[in-house]
Design a protein around this ligand. Structure first.
Ligand SMILES: Cc1cc2nc3c(=O)[nH]c(=O)nc-3n(C[C@H](O)[C@H](O)[C@H](O)COP(=O)(O)O)c2cc1C
Length: 447
């Protein structure tokens, strides 16, 4: 079978460039207006994209006065998007550290039912240090503790999603049998962090379980992804590191006894697209001119768990010594490695580094014509760096519009991308199997 690209639209602010919200081509709608999200999802669906994704952080950043960080709560927004679309996959973040597994399993099963099999869950452990204060935690959990809890969390939610057999619901009005005897079972989980009796109070969902997406790229994060993820979002600043990441994660998945084809690697791509290269560069410059270095400095500090960069001059070349050791960072460790890797390779000034980060927070940002963007996508896809992309338009909706109108047709003509949906579920779009039921561990069924 011909290998095809997978493309997810990552909806974030009025675009992924830090200054997008101020750009005249960005949407005039407030970021709390549901129409903004439904319009974007429908546009992505018109372009036959696999899925849309809504991220989530559980607190307000320090830059709230200078950059829009408000967005609607993602799971409730997915419910609205399920009603507004028919085919496109619907992925949202939910935190293993700050959400009870029963709540999470129930909400995503509901979204999968409402959308008839289009739900995906982005599994995060929440790196944002200030989130702890919103959930009654005295201090943020360490990186290692978060991943350890997440491992047990996965056991619990998988068991909950499997607590009803596929054929449990009879709904037989004549005989009065709603469910098949023996087909609904408690899970009786008693672990170090969770005690959950189950079963879930909802029949098994169309996809069996939502598609598991994950985006941790540290060593621990990669091993977690290799065990559980079916799609992996990753921030890579160049093709060489993307290829290493791709090879490493596929090998790790194989070593966990999984089929590496069932773990899709989707690096972020944030393209400014113009009719000519000069036009694309002009828009990229407009965006950079609207950025505020001091906002960037605060965001950099957040990435490093609150490290103080206020003393660093903007225009002297940086060195690795200006940063804390990534191994000591308890926040988003892999992103700090990406940043320090860039500093080691290119020795940018702080102003230049903040310029890169403003583009797409450490993801691959570029500017070019539709042909150049299609060439880049094809090159990474064919050269072992990606199974597709997490599309992060720098300005929304303008750069999504041009991607769908100009880049998608080029990819379709090259036979790299679908021209219509051939399935109904997110698993079908991503080419993933429906998980077998982990049923029958001896638990007594509810009769
Ligand atoms: C595309 C992408 C989306 C992400 N979305 C979220 C999110 O919505 N919420 C969150 O807390 N972290 C999010 N993250 C961060 C990751 O879950 C993870 O914490 C981060 O990549 C650091 O991984 P590590 O802890 O394994 O180093 C995202 C990362 C990427 C690359």
């Amino acid at each position: 079978m011909t290998r095809r690209l997978h493309i997810n639209l990552f909806i974030h602010g009025r675009g992924h460039h830090e200054a997008a919200w101020r750009h005249p081509a960005a949407s005039p709608l407030p970021l709390t207006d549901l129409r903004y999200y439904t319009d974007l999802a429908r546009k992505a669906e018109a372009g036959c994209l696999d899925s849309v994704f809504l991220a989530d952080t559980l607190g307000v950043g320090e830059d709230a006065a200078h950059a829009p960080r408000t967005w609607l709560e993602p799971v409730t927004t997915l419910a609205a998007l399920a009603a507004a679309t028919t085919h496109i996959g619907l992925i949202a973040t939910c935190s293993t550290t700050y959400t009870e597994p029963f709540n999470m399993a129930r909400q995503f099963a509901s979204i999968d039912h409402m959308s008839r099999g289009r739900a995906g869950w982005n599994i995060v452990t929440t790196w944002l240090a200030t989130a702890a204060g919103n959930y009654g935690a005295p201090s943020p959990l360490s990186h290692a503790d978060r991943y350890e809890r997440a491992e047990e969390y996965m056991q619990v939610v998988k068991a909950l999603w499997d607590s009803w057999s596929d054929d449990a619901v009879l709904d037989d009005r004549a005989s009065g049998a709603y469910a098949r005897p023996g087909s609904i079972r408690p899970i009786n989980h008693i672990g170090e962090h969770y005690r959950v009796a189950g079963p879930l109070n909802l029949p098994r969902c169309p996809q069996g379980r939502p598609v598991f997406v994950q985006a941790g790229s540290s060593d621990t994060g990669r091993r977690f992804a290799a065990r559980h993820a079916e799609a992996v979002f990753t921030a890579q600043m160049e093709k060489a590191t993307a290829r290493d990441f791709y090879a490493d994660l596929k090998a790790l998945a194989a070593s966990e006894g999984r089929n590496p084809d069932h773990v899709l690697i989707l690096p972020g791509l944030s393209p400014v697209i113009g009719g000519t290269e000069a036009e694309a560069q002009r828009v990229a410059h407009e965006l950079n001119d609207l950025s505020d270095a001091e906002v960037g400095r605060k965001r950099l500090s957040g990435r490093f768990g609150g490290h103080d960069f206020s003393h660093l001059p903007l225009d002297r070349p940086l060195s690795v010594e200006d940063f804390p050791d990534p191994a000591t960072v308890q926040a988003a460790r892999s992103r700090t490695e990406v940043i320090i890797g860039l500093v080691r390779r290119e020795k940018p000034t702080l102003r230049q580094l903040l310029g890169y980060m403003a583009g797409a927070r450490g993801h691959y940002a570029t500017a070019g014509t539709p042909e150049q963007i299609a060439d880049l996508i094809e090159d990474w896809f064919r050269d072992g760096a990606a199974d597709g992309f997490n599309l992060m338009p720098p300005i929304l909706p303008a750069m999504l519009d041009v991607f769908v109108a100009e880049v998608v047709p080029l990819l379709q003509r090259r036979n790299l991308f679908r021209t219509m949906y051939s399935g109904e579920t997110l698993r079908a779009h991503y080419g993933l199997p429906r998980p077998a039921l982990l049923f029958g561990d001896g638990a007594t069924a509810i009769s």
